[in-house]
Design a protein around this ligand. Sequence first.
Ligand code: SF4
Length: 292
Amino acid sequence: MLQQTQVKTVIPYFKAFLLNFPTLKSLSLSNEVKVLKLWEGLGYYRRARNLLATSKILVNEHNSKLSKNLIEVKKLPGIGDYTANALLAFIHNEPTIAIDGNVRRVFSRILNKNEKKIDFKNLIETNKKHLFKTKRNSDFVEALMEFGALVCKPKGPECSNCYIKNTCKYFKSGKKFKQIKTLKTKIKNYNLFCYIDKTRKKIALTKEHNLGFLNKFYIPPIKESSINKKIKNWNFHSHFKDSISNKKLNINLYYKFSLKIPRQHQWFSLKRNNEFIPSFTKKIFKQILKIT
Ligand code: SF4
């Protein structure tokens, strides 16, 4: 849940999730509709699907146990190198480091070297005697992440209060390395089309779209396009910006009152849906229903 999401946003979701699924087994016996409903509004829904799929694999194929083998752990849905190493440290206290942006920055500052010039796996391997001498590997991984987030911060590191400043080359050097600038997210333009059933206050939604980050979710028909406000047979409603997951979208919203909808589309009202409706679609609903 904490991937790309702030702690204060996650807390109520986490509590509700644990109330509904207090054990790995209870989660594995659930289904996508229930899990997505509890995840509603948190975004990045692939995480919820992967969590459910992983719980089923662990319960059904691994006797509810997580392997200690990195390669095996990485076979689980949605688990990449970073998460696998974090799990091995947190669950099994294995001597390993989960390398995220914070950890990369800390090491690159200690060495006063650009991240791109560091082979992190090799660095950890060659220094493992020093890195893992506490035997509290789980705490060490957590501490390293927190150190990067709270002390060796991206902007304005707190060097004067830092316990390792005497060994930090970044602090001691008169010639500090230049940090890599994060690339700006590219904004994409989309046209979104709402078929409206005015009497029943419904709009047509479909799962047949190629908006990868909302894959298999109901949204109004959407097409990537250049900005073009006039489209034959459609009324222009509004232009707005939105962001879903880490994608930024520029949206032109069009509508028409029509009872005829394309195949693989279904009518939905905002209330009483058994299906999970992402918050992006709910926002569209609210805007478009103002004109009915
Ligand atoms: S001295 Fe400054 S740059 Fe070096 S590790 Fe500490 S906070 Fe980071």
